[in-house]
Design a protein around this ligand. Structure first.
Ligand SMILES: Cc1ncc(COP(=O)(O)O)c(C=O)c1O
Length: 370
């Protein structure tokens, strides 16, 4: 559906219209200057070789250091695996942890590729619906109830989450991991939006259990979507199987991107400034949208998403986003992409662009709904 919205927005722009893009889930800022400079220097040297399957050792060590500096948590660099974005990490993680036919719990609303990749690998995604009663967090009770109906082999959660923008507290994450591990259910934590936390500091599952598999990426906080670089912190017994998988599937992650990714850690001040821009955008939307008529949305704790309930206006969020695009020239994503059941009542707004655009979006929506 989001692709249809993007195509319609492109048609409006080709005809001279000016669309505010709130449908796209990627930063508009460039990669850290240090990352770009490191890639340029590597190109000047000329040869770009394969790396070892688990990644360049100095990058793996730098990622381990990031856990110490950011979360005060010791991670053995040997457990760090460099991946082709977090998308590449899902494939490796699922192949290493699950067999065809295994049932893996995912939350609804949620990022659709979780379900699609599991299905493509012959696993069965088990959607568990989250509600406002738990601030859209999956709880241990919900997980165990699903497990009692038919046994689960794994569970995957994200915090901050896409599309909801909600986050799990330390207590919520701790008790969910404990519940999963009490039944031998493998725990996967998608931490791609870490660093973009506003309500309270995000907690890494790496700190809570050596058996949790943590997935992260340079795409969001570091604004490096197209570089396709990410990483995992994996349970020690999975290092060798994942090394063999990566070696066979892709040999290694693109070398230039790994070199840039290592240098990206030197660009944190620059990226924190980008984050502060998102924080300002979040303030503009959480203040302005209620005045514009959209008062009902989930807690915008982190990432750069606001998930608004539009059931007051429609029971067809696709039609709502189509009309908002045509009549107000604001593009957003219909919730149906993330939740086949209740998504008809929700729209996801991405606030990764400039504050001036967010002000303009609020003004346009107010005029349109008013
Ligand atoms: C929740 C979530 N996980 C993973 C990804 C994949 O990102 P990448 O493969 O660029 O790391 C995205 C991209 O939007 C996402 O929203």
């Amino acid at each position: 559906m989001v692709m249809d919205v993007m195509a319609a927005a492109a048609r409006i722009e080709a005809a001279g219209g000016h669309v505010i893009h709130m449908e796209v889930g990627q930063p508009s800022a460039p990669a850290p200057r240090a990352a770009i400079a490191a890639a340029r220097a590597a190109l000047d040297v000329g040869r770009i070789d394969y790396t070892s399957a688990l990644g360049i050792p100095s990058l793996r060590a730098r990622i381990a250091r990031h856990y110490r500096e950011t979360y005060g948590c010791a991670v053995d660099p040997e457990r760090v695996v460099v991946t082709t974005g977090s998308s590449g990490a899902f494939i490796l993680a699922f192949l290493a942890m699950f067999d065809a036919g295994d049932r893996v719990a995912v939350t609804i609303p949620g990022y659709p590729p979780y379900r699609h990749i599991l299905t493509a690998l012959g696993c069965e995604p088990v959607p568990i619906e989250t509600t406002s009663e738990t601030r859209h967090a999956l709880t241990g009770e919900m997980l165990l109830a699903a497990h009692r109906k038919a046994p689960l082999k794994g569970v995957l959660v994200g915090s901050p989450a896409n599309p909801t923008g909600t986050m799990m507290s330390r207590d919520a994450l701790t008790s969910l991991i404990a519940a999963a591990e009490s039944e031998g259910i493998r725990f996967i934590s998608d931490e791609i939006y870490h660093g973009l936390d506003y309500a309270f500091p995000a907690v890494t599952a790496a700190e809570l259990s050596p058996d949790a598999l943590v997935i992260n990426s340079f795409s969001k906080y570091f604004c490096m979507t197209g570089w396709r670089a990410g990483w995992m912190v994996v349970p020690e017994p999975l290092v060798r199987p994942i090394e063999r998988l990566q070696q066979n599937l892709s040999i290694s992650v693109p070398t230039l991107s790994q070199i840039a990714a290592e240098a990206a850690f030197d660009g944190r001040a620059e990226m924190d400034a980008v984050k502060h821009g998102y924080e300002e955008n979040r303030r503009i939307l959480t203040d302005g949208l209620p005045r514009a008529g959209l008062a009902d949305f989930l807690p915008a704790d982190g990432a750069f998403y606001l998930y608004a309930d539009v059931s007051k206006f429609t029971n067809d969020s696709f039609d709502f986003t189509r009309r908002m695009l045509e009549e107000a020239q604001v593009a957003a994503t219909p919730g149906i992409d993330f939740d086949p059941v209740h998504g008809r009542s929700f729209v996801r707004f991405s606030y990764a662009r400039s504050s001036a655009e967010m002000q303009e979006a609020v003004a346009r929506i107010a005029r349109w709904l008013g």
